[in-house]
Design a protein around this ligand. Structure first.
Ligand SMILES: C[S@@+](CC[C@H](N)C(=O)[O-])C[C@H]1O[C@@H](n2cnc3c(N)ncnc32)[C@H](O)[C@@H]1O
Length: 280
């Protein structure tokens, strides 16, 4: 094992320095992620099915009002929200760059005859102009983007909305995890989440106070001494910081909730859900 290389890879990376390793679209990891998405009792890749059902119920009743609307679900995964919304009568487009999740979702349309289009695409490259009444980005995915990617996405979402259209998303808040408890852990496995091979995984978290961002970095070392680096950033927001950001991109009339089930906003909540509007 090349310990010197490990020492060098274990240094705190620069803020938002991405590794080159695919995560969501990796052939092995995407299989494990799909299993997690489809586990009704897991909050790992998607929220538990009971929570998703409550979210869709809230969105239908309080936000979409059963109108004839077109919805774009960004990072739709295997279509857990999209399929439920299509069953409620909306026209839905889902975009995700896990090919495995999109293929699974497409199979469900055929089996259930739903009004959905699924697209395998990086949502940072969408190019719609005033096409959707609603755009959703669910499970705190905005916070996984670098600031530059986030700004690209907010601009594209704004353009893709029809005048009067709404953007619905959630983020983690500063109550989600403690800056004082940065994790370091390891796992040795004969095939598991990170690889089908025997591997040692070294996980470490870093905090970037200047950007309200955590990084979870995992180094995965196989018996052939191959080392792969996975980095997941997690930018957390407050009501104030997300409001300033949305104002910058032209969004208005923001409403805040504690979660995607429409619970009243609380400063103590670990998540913050936002419904915001493109006025004209
Ligand atoms: C945490 S999962 C949430 C999935 C879904 N929104 C849900 O709550 O069930 C994030 C999803 O976003 C997708 N994703 C991440 N970055 C993406 C990107 N740049 N373009 C398209 N999809 C992306 C992943 O493949 C994954 O399916």
């Amino acid at each position: 094992m090349n310990i010197n290389k490990l020492i060098s890879l274990s240094q705190k990376p620069k803020l938002f320095e991405r590794s080159k390793t695919a995560f969501w679209d990796d052939s092995h990891i995407s299989k494990k992620m799909l299993e997690a998405h489809l586990n009704p009792d897991s909050n790992a890749a998607s929220r538990k099915i009971s929570i998703i059902d409550r979210s869709v119920k809230w969105l239908n009743k309080e936000i979409f009002l059963n109108k004839n609307i077109e919805i774009l679900d960004l990072g739709c995964g295997p279509g857990l929200y999209a399929s439920r919304l299509a069953e409620s009568g909306y026209s839905v487009t889902g975009i995700d760059y896990s090919e495995r999740s999109i293929n699974y979702a497409k199979k469900q349309i055929k089996e259930n005859d739903l009004n959905i289009e699924y697209i395998y695409q990086n949502y940072l490259t969408i190019d719609f102009e005033s096409e959707f009444d609603v755009i959703m980005l669910i499970f705190c995915d905005l916070g996984a983007l670098t600031n530059k990617e986030r700004d690209i996405l907010l601009d594209k979402v704004y353009r893709a909305l029809k005048p009067g259209g709404i953007f619905i998303f959630d983020v983690f808040t500063d109550k989600n995890r403690s800056k004082d408890l940065l994790d370091k852990s390891w796992e040795v496995k004969n095939g598991g989440f990170w690889s089908e091979k025997t591997y040692l995984a070294l996980k470490e978290s870093f905090f970037y106070a200047e950007a309200d961002t955590f990084l979870d970095q995992t180094l995965v070392i196989t018996e052939e001494d191959e080392i792969r680096t996975y980095r997941i950033f997690n930018h957390f927001y407050t009501k104030e910081s997300i409001t300033n950001l949305l104002n910058k991109f032209g969004f208005a009339n923001h409403s805040y909730y504690s979660d995607m089930m429409g619970s009243d906003y609380s400063k103590e909540s670990e998540t913050l859900a936002v419904v915001t509007k493109k006025l004209k």
